[in-house]
Design a protein around this ligand. Structure first.
Ligand SMILES: [Cu+2]
Length: 156
């Protein structure tokens, strides 16, 4: 093996190590800061964890109200709800913080009569077409009042 070949192999190994390290860091970032990502088609997937009585972007950080979610007009958004609680819950994007408000853009995961059961999950994909400050809420009666809501901001 000549000097050039050895150098080429060493350089390749270093490059591979750097790529692996960067991928690991990105995955660690997802674990630490919640699982929000964009796929190659530009769909933003936001995973929300719910329990009694709040929401969070990780199961370890559930608050009442939940974290503010910000998206952009025209962006394809997939919201996923994972129920990590002991009661059924739902998630809907609404303009009024009322359990019977109509979901905007069909952005509704479960309904009061067919909620997401404990340890269950479901998702919905939609495209917000109007900028504004909205809410995401649990539509099970009384759960909003107990803290199951957060701001849902659509930026123009
Ligand atoms: Cu609920």
């Amino acid at each position: 093996m000549n000097q050039k070949t050895t150098t080429a192999i060493v350089v390749s190994l270093v490059l591979i190590s750097v790529v692996v390290a960067v991928i690991s860091l990105i995955q660690l970032q997802n674990i630490l800061h919640g699982t929000e990502h964009k796929d190659e088609k530009g769909t933003r997937t936001i995973t929300v964890y719910g329990n009694e009585y709040g929401y969070g972007l990780t199961p370890a950080q559930i608050t009442s109200p939940g974290p503010t979610i910000t998206v952009k007009v025209g962006e394809k958004v997939t919201l996923r709800l994972i129920n990590v609680g002991e009661l059924p819950h739902t998630l809907a994007v609404v303009s009024e913080r009322r359990f019977d408000a109509r979901a905007l853009w069909g952005a509704e995961i479960g309904k009061p009569n067919i909620p997401i059961q404990p340890r269950g999950s479901a998702s919905v994909t939609f495209i917000p077409d109007r900028p504004g400050t909205y809410y995401y809420v649990c539509t099970v009666p009384a759960h909003i009042e107990l803290g199951m809501w957060g701001l849902f901001i659509v930026e123009g």
